[in-house]
Write a protein that binds this ligand. Structure first.
Ligand code: ZN
Length: 405
């Protein structure tokens, strides 16, 4: 086992980078990526790797959420012909509430490292960082140029990846890092070292019913917004059961889906509620338009309950799926390397969303590949198998070392 890799992963897990997921935060010391970004910048600088920092969001207290871009330059021998490989990994983790282990202790038992983010996705991050440092150290002949992008806010809105995708399209500031468009992109997420070539997208939005509040002793004088939500919910349930499943099926990702996730209404039991809100989560087929999917659902529900009865907001989250139209060649190379290292390396589709869909827009061949299983991501005792992290690091390294167009 590579002890540098284990030590690095432990350090990454010990630096909290919790995404508040849009909620007001109780313990703001654990929140946001800033401290991890500083650690990563220092770690890369110590290894002589060129870095750039891209501001994605400035917080009210002045802290900055920044993508960190690190470039490995394979030397100046015919640099124009060298393909540029993009590796991407997110810095944020989900919150720690309900965890049964100490989230930031990074303890190792039985070849597994435990902690929040160990699997999603600091294991993949450690693998990419060590692979990049090894490229810089060994300078393998014929190697591709590599940019490792460590992005913010994947778990709640993909804003880091959206900003990153602007770097090679319109932002001059990062010309030394992205002199041209990447030739291919590998996104680290826990995939069990299978190659994710397609995944679903998602669109989420809130729906409201309105009523008129009166004292609950005289309900006949008011309008109950919660009662008004009941037929809306029945319509969504019918839509989910009878309509969404018939909208198509992807050979790798299966069928689309819709679920109502939360409901909020009323202020007290002795007041007729004047408002009720539900949150909708609609999972999209790769290639399905998020906007059209929302419109289709709202048109169906409005037709069932009447157009005045319910109002839908603009999406709170909107992310397309990843399509397997452009990435076959990249997937084949990566699968082959994975198999050579004893992993399955199958092409698969998954139901969850990633930054890959954002980066793939505009035809950049993109796959998702990394150590750890999605079954351990976000769990109360999150862990990653260290041998798999090491294997991933070797595979990332070899992909860059052998990548040519
Ligand atoms: Zn993740």
């Amino acid at each position: 086992m590579n002890s540098d890799l284990v030590e690095l992963l432990a350090k990454l897990v010990r630096i909290p980078s919790v995404n508040p997921m849009g909620l007001a935060a109780a313990d703001s010391d654990l929140l946001y990526e800033c401290r991890l970004t500083d650690f990563l910048a220092e770690w890369l600088r110590e290894r002589g790797i060129l870095i750039g920092r891209q501001l994605v969001e400035e917080l009210p207290d002045g802290r900055r959420r920044e993508n960190l871009l690190a470039r490995f330059d394979a030397g100046d021998e015919s640099p124009k012909e060298r393909p540029l490989l993009l590796w991407e990994v997110h810095q944020d983790t989900v919150p720690v509430e309900g965890m049964t282990i100490e989230p930031f202790a990074a303890e190792v038992w039985d070849g597994r490292l435990y902690g929040r983010g160990a699997c999603d996705v600091k294991g993949g991050m450690a693998a990419m960082l060590t692979a990049l440092a090894r490229l810089a150290r060994e300078q393998p002949a014929g190697c591709a140029n590599v940019v490792l992008a460590l992005t913010v806010n994947e778990e709640h809105g993909f804003s880091g990846a959206s900003a990153l995708s602007g770097c090679w399209r319109e932002i001059d500031e990062f010309r030394d890092i992205f002199p041209r468009r990447p030739a291919a992109c590998v996104v680290a997420e826990p995939t069990d070292l299978d190659v994710v070539v397609a995944h679903k997208g998602v669109v989420r939005w809130n729906c409201h019913t309105r009523g008129r509040a009166v004292h609950s002793s005289r309900p006949q004088d008011g309008e109950n917004a919660i009662y008004k939500m009941a037929p809306v919910l029945s319509a969504f349930a019918r839509y989910a059961d009878e309509v969404v499943a018939s909208l198509g099926e992807d050979p790798l990702c299966g069928r689309p889906s819709l679920s109502v996730g939360t409901i909020h209404g009323g202020t007290s039991v002795n007041t007729v509620p004047d408002g009720c809100t539900v949150a909708i989560d609609r999972r999209l087929l790769p290639g399905e338009s998020p906007e059209a999917a929302q419109r289709h659902a709202m048109d169906y529900v409005s037709a069932q309950v009447g157009p005045e009865a319910v109002a839908g907001d603009a999406p709170t989250i909107l992310s397309p799926g990843l399509e397997s139209t452009e990435n076959a060649e990249l997937a084949a190379r990566l699968g082959e390397l994975a198999r050579r290292h004893g992993a399955r390396g199958d092409n698969v589709g998954v139901p969850y969303g990633t930054d890959a869909a954002i980066l793939a827009r505009g035809g950049l061949p993109t796959v998702v590949f990394g150590p750890g299983s999605i079954e351990q991501a976000h769990t109360k005792d999150e862990w990653v198998e260290l041998a798999e992290v090491e294997r991933a690091s070797e595979i990332y390294y070899e992909l860059a070392a052998t990548y040519s167009v």
